[in-house]
Structures are given as C-alpha cells and as structure tokens.
Design a protein around this ligand. Structure first.
Ligand SMILES: [Mg+2]
Length: 220
C-alpha cells in the first residue's frame, strides 16, 4: 500500500452539486507550524534541552529524509547524549497542543465558506501518521476535521496520491495547495491538469480561496 495511513473518510456532500476539489497541504498552510516549532523549543528548554541541542537534532532528522516526529527527535537527542526525561516532555507537549489553537479562525471560516459553496476538502500531508494525527486532533479545535472528506498522511511523493483523486473526480476542477516548491514542481510535471498553487510566505487561506474562485470561473 502506498499510503501510510488513511485517517478518515467521509462521504461527500450529497445535497449540493460539487464545484471542485481542493487538496491541502497541512503544515505551513492550514496549520501554524512555525508557532509549534517555537513552542517545542520553549517546552524542551523548560525540560533541560537547550535550543541549540534541539535545533541540531531537528537538522539531523531533516537530513535523514524521514518525516518529523517527537519519537524520532528524542531518539536523535539520546544518540547525541542529551539528558532529558521523556514522559514529562511528552505530557507538556500534549497539554500545549490542547491549549493553543494552531489553525487561525480566518482559515476555519474560509474552509467553511468553501465547503458551503460545494468544494470538497482533502488534506494530503507528508509526515509520520501518529504525530500528524495528534496535531490534527488536539491542536486544531474540535470542528476542524468536519471540513474534510479525507485526511491522508503519506511518506510517498504527493503526486502519486493526486492521480488517484483525479480518477475519482474526473469532472471537477482539482486544486493542490502546498508551501513546498518541490511538491508543486512534481505535481506540475506529472499531472499538469491539476491547478497547483504554491502557497508563499505571507499568504492566507483566504487568498487561496480567491484564486480558486477565479480559476473555477474559467471552468464554468
Ligand atoms: Mg507544508
């Protein structure tokens, strides 16, 4: 199986004629990952892991090509002989996820608005399934998941999955939103019929919605 995990599958809206499908990247687009990284540093440093040690471990993890997870991060810290207690850190991290809302209310509103207009939302995230799942369930508020027809966490290139979405909704305009240039480039190369939008610094989900509206007008 090429997908690591399918978290949730919901039947699509039956009452409204679907207008399009939007496949969203999670980190850095819907989710305030920058803030979470800052919070991680704070929590780890409160538990004797200084930011420099943490940053080194994060860099090593990135270099390995493996998706980020707290378990992997802790393994690298241990290998680097950093001393810490796992349980209190994990508890503090989880409490923090519950406390802070990492999806802005504007994003929340825009997703809702698009859905009411007949857009189908899908999350396609590169990462480790348990870690991503925890972020989605604990860090995004209770209603967040309701916006999505599917949530997919994968370790494979995203265009593989997008081909499947295209087969599933052949008559609908399909959008793919991601803040990583390499994902966008691969999708443009392999599936040019998908509108791939590179989510740039300073963008908002509202801006994405405006671009989606402009594009769907071309289809009408
Ligand atoms: Mg991203």
């Amino acid at each position: 199986m090429f997908l690591s995990k399918i978290i949730l599958i919901r039947s699509i809206l039956k009452t409204k004629k679907p207008k399009g499908v939007i496949v969203w990247d999670f980190d850095g687009v819907l989710f305030n990952t920058k803030r979470l990284v800052r919070d991680h540093e704070k929590i780890f440093s409160e538990h004797r892991v200084v930011p420099a040690e943490l940053r080194l471990a994060v860099a090593l993890l990135k270099k390995s090509g493996e998706p980020f997870s707290i378990a992997r991060l802790m393994r690298i810290l241990r290998k680097n002989r950093v001393l810490f207690f796992e349980k209190p850190i994990r508890r503090a991290l989880y409490r923090n996820l519950l406390k802070y809302q990492y999806v802005s209310s504007e994003t929340e509103k825009t997703l809702h608005h698009l859905r009411r207009l007949g857009f189908i939302h899908i999350i396609l995230s590169f990462g480790s399934a348990p870690f991503q799942y925890r972020k989605i369930k604990a860090g995004c508020g209770k209603k967040f998941l309701e916006h999505f027809t599917e949530v997919l966490i994968t370790k494979k290139p995203k265009h593989i999955f997008l081909k499947r979405v295209l087969r599933k909704y052949p008559a609908l305009p399909l959008f793919f939103i991601d803040d990583k240039e390499e994902h966008i480039a691969l999708v443009r190369k392999h599936i040019p019929q998908i509108s791939a939008l590179h989510y740039k610094k300073g963008w908002s989900v509202k801006k994405v919605a405006r671009l989606v509206f402009a594009k769907t007008r071309e289809y009408d």
